[in-house]
Write a protein that binds this ligand. Sequence first.
Ligand code: GAL
Length: 680
Amino acid sequence: MRVRAMLAALLALGCAVALRAAEAPPLILGVAWYPEQWPEKQWDADLGLMQAAGIRVVRIGEFAWSSMEPAEGRYTLEWIDRAIAAAARHDITIVLGTPTDAPPAWLTRKYPETLRVDEEGRRLQHGSRRQFSYASVKYRELCRAVVEQLARRFGGNPDVIGWQIGNEYTDDSFDADAVRLFHEWLRAKYGTLEALNRRWATAYWSQTYDTWEEIPMGTGRGNPGLLLDYKRFVTDQWRGFQRNQLDAIRRYAAKRQFITTNLGGLGWANRFNRTDIAADLDLISWDAYVGQGHLEPYRMGATHDLARGWKQRNFWVMEMQPGFVDWAGVSNSLDPGDTRAMAWQAVGHGADAVAFWQWRSALNGQEQYHGSLVGPDGGPLPFYAEARQIGADFAKAGETLRGTAPASQVAILHDYDSRWAIDFHRQTNRYDQLEVLLGYYRPLRDLTQSVDIVDPRAPLDSYKLVAAPSLNVISENLAKRLKSYVEGGGTLVLGPRSGMKDEFNALDTRRQPGPLGGVLGARVEQFYALLEDAPLAGALGKGRATIWAETLAPASGTETLLEYGAGNGWLEGHAAAVVRKLGKGRIAYLGAVLDPALMRAAAKWMVETAGVRAETLPVPEGVEVCRRVASDREVFILINHTARPATVSLPRPMTDVLNGGEIREREIAPRGVVVASVRR
Ligand code: GAL
């Protein structure tokens, strides 16, 4: 340890020394630690307790700008050297956050133009965080300067294993720089106003633009073409904001240090396109919070799958609630054992690290009530013991899980353009796209025990089945890719509202599913927002259409799978679901939101038709099975999400990773976890 600390100190002095990389374990427990908020003499006690809990990484720095640069150009980074060295003495590595989510007061005072302006034109003030404009040229310049200092100093530090840029990119801004950039962005995209006017159909309500500056920037009930482009612009701004810091870090940082950003607590949030933001990063990390209530296994599991899909790779949970938060309607605590189940669920879905937010609450500041591992006195809180158990679990299971990842034969497409396009105009407030997606996810996961959630641009060839609920926006390019996926042997199931719009968010003149109509051999004649359910029957079974229903007109060669029965006169006798063979595969269209039982039957049909043969384990209801594989082994993580013991019988004996020995049959305690591995 002393050698490491000495080397780090040498590096801090600017010596060019070749250092060995700090060894991070394959499965890491971590916490957010804010050393700048505590007297240095307390650090060791905190770190000692962390070490005893099995914590192997701390994220530091992400709100510490005023402690890093107390006045413009005056950098005080020595405390970070000391914090890193202190952590290293306890075998704890560092993820270093850039502090740009919380600009210091001197910055705001000196450069008020860096402050965010909200949609109503109000400029924010100092006193919270995220009060900056992501588009401000001056702000980006100031970010670059501080990040460069950090990267120069810590880019070779052996105990820094990675970087986090900012924290939870959140709010867009309506300041002068943002408006100017929006107009430049549109000009670069369309070239001429004539093209923009045509794509946005601006003759409607006299929206025709004669100069770029006339184009409003807003999010209200604007022109759908404008609204969709605005979301893409916001994405590009965050991407530019991130790249500015990324470039500075990459210039100085050792290759072994990963660069991530923390993509926020609500994985499904769609202020910007997270797949695009992820493209520039080495590692995805996100925050798994429950807030009010209890863990909802499918919803949380699907969110992990979504996060894994942003890069189609394993990820980190950079923040998890240690029991409870402070921002929910009722910030209740998860029950004992629930957080351990939640941590293992994250691992089962592909997390290689889970970090709690936060270690110890600041004595003052806006988050005094938030759950933590130790109290204001620095002594363990009740939750600490559960964290320690997770730390012990991770230490035991790390080597077995090294190099493993989930592997799925089924993918659900999640498309930001479509999310936005439908949410700008839902037609019925009952159409919640996340619920529709989960309607597909639940039965598909039950049947296959592993589902990926990916962007439509992701490579799809490895999937036997691709389901695309609510794929509203389909460009010619995407249609071509989907068509060749089907021709190559894939089964594609389009869900309701698919292929209504082109990439400019204009109605497709071919009607739904737009460019895939010819391929499907059917088109949607009309869509209906339902107040009352409508009966359905056919090859998939019997049940009800709820919330949304579309009538399809199939051509010959296209088979009808479901038809509407008597009820709503518009639907009666018309096809609700169709399928057609194409090349070596099949394309189907389900034009209605199905009730859960019929959806289960439809999912079964999808899986069978697509020839999915998943390696599943038979388990009682409420027990989740996650499978991670490497070339030489399979690891099954079984989580009993119920409050009752559950017995599982494995089809072949496996190694009990957490307790040692062999398992064939095992009772899993309420909220208990079993990790079982077997050679392949
Ligand atoms: C996260 C944020 C943290 C902290 C936490 C509280 O969204 O990144 O800084 O505020 O919420 O739950």
